[in-house]
Design a protein around this ligand. Structure first.
Ligand SMILES: [Mg+2]
Length: 261
């Protein structure tokens, strides 16, 4: 999947002078809690497979759905989706069809409505703007989805720019190399607008965000409120590790490390 100019979606592209600090921030995890959508997708995928199996074989699958807590703990520890399917009772020949169902379902509008704003994300975003920091979202979600969510929560006016993916499947796949390339594009675009980026931060909740920030040579904050456990994130050696976006913003701003030298 190649990156293209269609990935870029600008909001308020021209703002402040070069001395403006920049925070690059992931969307799913730091700002959005996707756990309910992902769990409901998993349960719908299992139900769909049960229906298909009954039609084809005339008998029930021995499905034992995980609880949401069990499911999310597996996602946070990067248990592969195929293994989650197997641990839910799906036989080998039903696992690939299940994964296809999940990939098709996860971005359906009826499931997207289960996305919720992380508890302190609005306060965090307001603090970012009150501190004069430029907020640039770098996400594998489609910019249109991001913009709709921000507008629904009256936050779009606080976001300076969004860099997203053109492919609706990108966020669920969460490919590291795609995030690395997208952050590089976002950084290059800030520099082209006259902003300095050497003291910028990248905030996110997965290995894709931390590795992207590290490859770009900027400082990183890993958040444990998302889809990876603290143990997994610690292994990545981010500059900072905090629970939420608000905590990371307070840490970064209080430490005065977000200032451009
Ligand atoms: Mg994320």
């Amino acid at each position: 999947m190649s990156l293209s100019s269609r990935l870029l979606h600008f909001i308020n592209a021209q703002r402040k002078p070069a001395s403006t600090p920049i925070l690059f921030c992931d969307f799913d995890g730091p700002i959005v809690d996707v756990s309910e959508r992902y769990y409901r997708t998993y349960r719908l995928g299992l139900s769909a497979l049960q229906t298909i199996y009954q039609t084809q074989h005339g008998k029930d699958l021995p499905i034992e759905p995980l609880t949401k807590k069990q499911f999310w703990q597996m996602k946070q520890t990067r248990v592969p989706d195929a293994e989650i399917a197997a641990r839910s009772g799906l036989p080998d020949d039903a696992i690939e069809p299940f994964l296809q169902q999940v990939a098709q379902l996860v971005n359906h509008p009826h499931l997207l409505r289960w996305d919720t704003l992380q508890l302190d994300a609005a306060q965090a975003i307001q603090q970012i703007k009150q501190s004069g920091v430029r907020l640039v979202l770098v996400t594998l979600r489609q910019p249109e989805q991001v913009q709709a969510f921000l507008e629904a929560h009256s936050l779009s006016q606080h976001v300076d720019q969004i860099f997203g993916a053109s492919d609706a499947r990108a966020a669920h796949l969460n490919r590291v190399e795609q995030k690395v390339a997208l952050l590089q594009q976002a950084i290059a675009a800030q520099q082209a607008l006259g902003f300095a980026t050497h003291n910028a931060w990248m905030v996110g909740d997965t290995e894709a965000d931390v590795i992207a920030g590290q490859r770009a040579g900027i400082q990183t904050v890993a958040l444990t409120c998302g889809i990876r456990s603290q143990a997994r994130l610690t292994q990545l050696n981010p500059t900072k590790l905090t629970a939420t976006l608000l905590q990371s913003v307070q840490l970064v701003l209080t430490g005065r490390v977000l200032q451009v030298a």
